[in-house]
Design a protein around this ligand. Structure first.
Ligand SMILES: Nc1nc2c(c(=O)[nH]1)N[C@H]1C(S)=C(S)[C@@H](COP(=O)(O)OP(=O)(O)OC[C@H]3O[C@@H](n4cnc5c(=O)[nH]c(N)nc54)[C@H](O)[C@@H]3O)O[C@H]1N2
Ligand SMILES: Nc1nc2c(c(=O)[nH]1)N[C@H]1C(S)=C(S)[C@@H](COP(=O)(O)OP(=O)(O)OC[C@H]3O[C@@H](n4cnc5c(=O)[nH]c(N)nc54)[C@H](O)[C@@H]3O)O[C@H]1N2
Ligand SMILES: [Mo]
Length: 671
């Protein structure tokens, strides 16, 4: 985006025609984003509450930082490192994500750090790691211009990745086909050549069924399988359990449609799959990702232009966070705490004693709040995320925050559901008010240049983290003068095992435009759209047993990608007499998550004005409800009261509600 600054304020935002992700196109949320920066409601100063009975009072930020450090230090000294936890976000800059992870794992000495990616992309991340050897889509957005077929499953791209969807539609004009798999007839489904309105939670059966048919149709690439994969032996027998008739029964789809989808995949020269929350937010989300990878590996449609399993990342820098290891098992440069060599590498980089980084993954987003309730975790620092509104089973989150001794929130806005529970509130600057790098789904690094001063006493997230860390006594590791210095440290996290390589990138060169990693030193190319090419540049060159140099090098022990037979499982919770309906939740085109930004913009509120729950006419009739009636929906855990929208978009037995509206907007709206 290009920010037009007048009198120290962002007056207007426009698209950057030279940016390889959007070529200047912006969605209404992007176009209106300048208004959010200056709109009242920002957290412009720090707040502190001396004790739980007292109220949150404004204090100078230096006081709040000192108090945060003092209280964290006291809990650390009294109860040990695992009494402290960090819950962070894919919307922070790379530098802030890296720094908070360094503080937790390297200096506090706990792996109790996790992020909202746990609710989002972690299934894709672990799926990739298992199937391909490392996290991240192997391809690039450029593939959209070359694909002959798009297989979009559990993703409402039209509303949630609208600019990328335009790219897809552009390609569709040249006769590329679109298959959409979704239980809800979304705006994306409306554009599909083949819409598979699947029963929720049954995608594994479909994915296995498609591979069954590809084998039967002779549409698999045996040469690719032999050269670049392992584990195929187990697949043919496993796939026998998924004949189309049986898959039709499980998924509720017609046998003809399943056969047509398999035929199109088989015939496509190049094909891409795109998936998001519909597959990831599942008790078998990792398996869904494996099953998608199986299809690409079997057809050889991977690591070449126009093809590949492309999980679409949700938040602007969730990919960066994954790469710098901000989940409870991660370490910078696609490393993991479970691996001794990885730990030693990072310990050396951070200048901490060998053995400082713990080998077991810490508490994750869900267990963290349980451990607050049980008293194991006594302090939590929440940055750039709103867990009371967005972590499943909110009563559990609230109980955890109430039980903890110290809750610190660091947000850019004052009114959030989570801030209510904070003992300390730290004011973070927004993306236009601080410099930092963000990495998108296709490994593209964009420098967000500071355009304006942050309001009041708010400051860059990385600065607040560094100041707290220094005050806690860790100044040896946190005395940075600028985000540039942090980025320069991140560049040292090159991982020749996976090809993660930012050595050739810096804030200075990113000022000229984005770069897509792998960026080896002295790189002259801005774009590196394919991963795992065995060039030996960013990833150690692999030789085959006969001394040859294979074209591809998947970062597994053998250099080959892996097939995993993943049987179709039922969802963990199924409808019963007491709870007969399935509630599906998701997003609307013109709101962003908990609406701290978009909910303040009139133009967006006009486009996506209010919460609702969609119900199929048959269910509405049986329940005796009509349009706009307020209904109470109840799950095994909680309740909400929402106006009914009767629609054929949803299947009988299924409801859909957007999860944007929360407590700030009224009672009983939280989903
Ligand atoms: N406008 C807007 N855009 C956003 C965001 C936002 O808040 N607002 N958030 C961003 C973020 S962080 C993310 S993660 C992405 C999310 O992007 P999406 O995942 O595209 O967004 P959702 O609305 O959650 O859509 C999930 C889709 O999965 C479908 N689904 C539900 N259950 C199943 C199932 O069992 N099988 C299949 N096949 N489909 C199923 C739902 O009906 C829905 O269409 O969006 C990003 N973009
Ligand atoms: N029911 C249901 N729940 C879901 C989902 C769903 O589909 N259905 N989706 C899940 C997914 S995929 C995701 S990603 C999560 C998202 O969940 P959250 O991360 O909790 O949602 P946001 O509203 O984006 O919260 C970001 C917070 O950070 C603040 N913020 C924004 N920018 C900055 C900044 O630069 N610095 C600081 N310090 N603060 C900032 C915002 O004001 C806001 O309070 O929700 C998850 N929860
Ligand atoms: Mo997300």
């Amino acid at each position: 985006m290009v920010l037009h600054v007048e009198d120290g304020r962002v007056a207007k935002v426009s698209g950057d025609k030279a940016h390889p992700a959007n070529f200047g196109r912006l969605c209404p949320k992007g176009l209106s984003s300048a208004q959010v920066l200056s709109h009242a409601g920002r957290l412009e100063q720090a707040y502190l509450r001396p004790d739980r009975q007292g109220s949150q009072m404004p204090v100078p930020i230096e006081t709040a930082i000192a108090e945060t450090a003092r209280r964290l230090r006291a809990i650390l000294d009294r109860h040990g490192p695992d009494a402290v936890a960090f819950y962070v976000s894919g919307q922070m800059s790379l530098e802030a994500q890296y720094l908070i992870n360094k503080l937790a794992k390297g200096f506090v000495g706990t792996n109790n750090i996790d992020s909202n990616s746990r609710l989002c992309m972690s299934s894709a991340a672990s799926g990739y790691k298992l199937s391909l050897g490392a996290d991240g889509p192997p391809g690039s957005y450029q593939d959209f211009e070359k694909a002959d077929l798009f297989f979009v499953a559990g993703a409402n791209m039209a509303d949630c990745h609208p600019i990328l969807f335009l790219r897809l539609l552009d390609r569709k004009k040249s006769n590329a086909k679109l298959i959409v798999v979704d239980p809800r007839r979304t705006a994306t489904a409306e554009k599909a050549d083949l819409f598979l309105q699947i029963k929720p939670g049954t995608d594994l059966a479909l994915l296995n069924g498609l591979l069954h048919l590809l084998v039967a149709n002779g549409a698999i690439d045996r040469e690719f399988i032999a050269q670049f994969t392992e584990g195929w032996e187990a697949m043919p027998e496993f796939l026998q359990d998924y004949p189309p008739g049986h898959v039709a029964e499980i998924t509720g789809l017609s046998e003809g449609d399943i056969r047509l989808a398999a035929q199109w995949i088989g015939e496509a020269g190049n094909w891409m799959s795109c998936w998001t929350m519909g597959l990831n937010q599942s008790t078998h989300g990792t398996w869904n990702s494996n099953a998608i990878c199986n299809l690409h590996l079997a057809t050889g449609a991977i690591c070449r232009p126009g093809s590949g399993p492309f999980s679409l990342t949700g938040q602007p820098n969730a990919m960066g966070g994954r790469e710098v290891g901000y989940l409870s098992h991660g370490l910078p440069g696609q490393r993991v705490v479970m691996n001794g060599a990885d730990r030693r590498f990072i310990e050396t980089l951070w200048g901490v004693a060998p053995g400082s980084i713990r080998a077991e993954p810490g508490a994750n987003t869900l267990s963290m709040f349980n451990q607050m309730q049980s008293g194991e975790i006594k302090a939590v620092w929440i940055i750039c995320t709103n867990p009371v509104a967005t972590v499943p089973n909110r009563q559990n989150v609230i109980a955890g925050l109430k039980a903890a001794e110290l809750v610190i929130t660091q947000d850019a806005f004052l009114d959030t559901e989570s801030n209510i529970y904070a003992d300390v509130m730290l004011p973070g600057a927004l993306w236009a008010e601080a410099s930092g790098v963000m990495v998108n789904s296709e490994r593209n690094l964009t420098l967000m240049n500071k355009a304006v001063e942050p309001p009041g006493e708010s400051r860059a997230d990385w600065q607040i983290i560094a100041q707290v860390a220094c005050t806690m006594g860790f100044s040896a590791g946190f005395s940075y003068a600028s985000a540039v210095e942090i980025f320069d440290e991140i560049r040292q996290c090159w991982n020749p095992d996976t090809g993660y390589d930012l050595r050739g990138a810096s804030h200075e060169c990113l000022r000229n435009g984005p770069l897509q990693w792998p960026c080896p030193p002295g790189a002259t190319q801005e774009r590196n759209p394919l991963r795992y090419l065995n060039t030996g540049e960013s990833q150690t060159l692999r030789r085959s047993e006969d001394g040859g140099v294979p074209r591809l090098n998947f970062p597994t022990v053998s250099g080959k990608a892996r097939f995993f037979p993943r049987p179709a499982l039922l969802p963990a919770e199924l409808p019963n007499e007491a709870f007969p309906l399935i509630l599906n939740t998701g997003r609307l085109a013109h709101q962003w998550h908990t609406m701290t930004k978009t909910g303040k913009i009139q133009a967006l509120n006009r486009l996506s004005p209010r919460p609702f729950v969609e119900i199929h006419p048959e269910d509405a009739k049986a329940l005796g409800v009509t349009d706009k009636d307020l209904v109470e929906i109840r799950s095994r855990r909680d309740r909400a009261v929402l106006p009914v929208a009767i629609t054929l978009r949803v299947l009988p037995g299924c409801c859909f509600a957007p999860f944007h509206w929360n407590d700030i907007f009224g009672d009983d709206l939280a989903i």
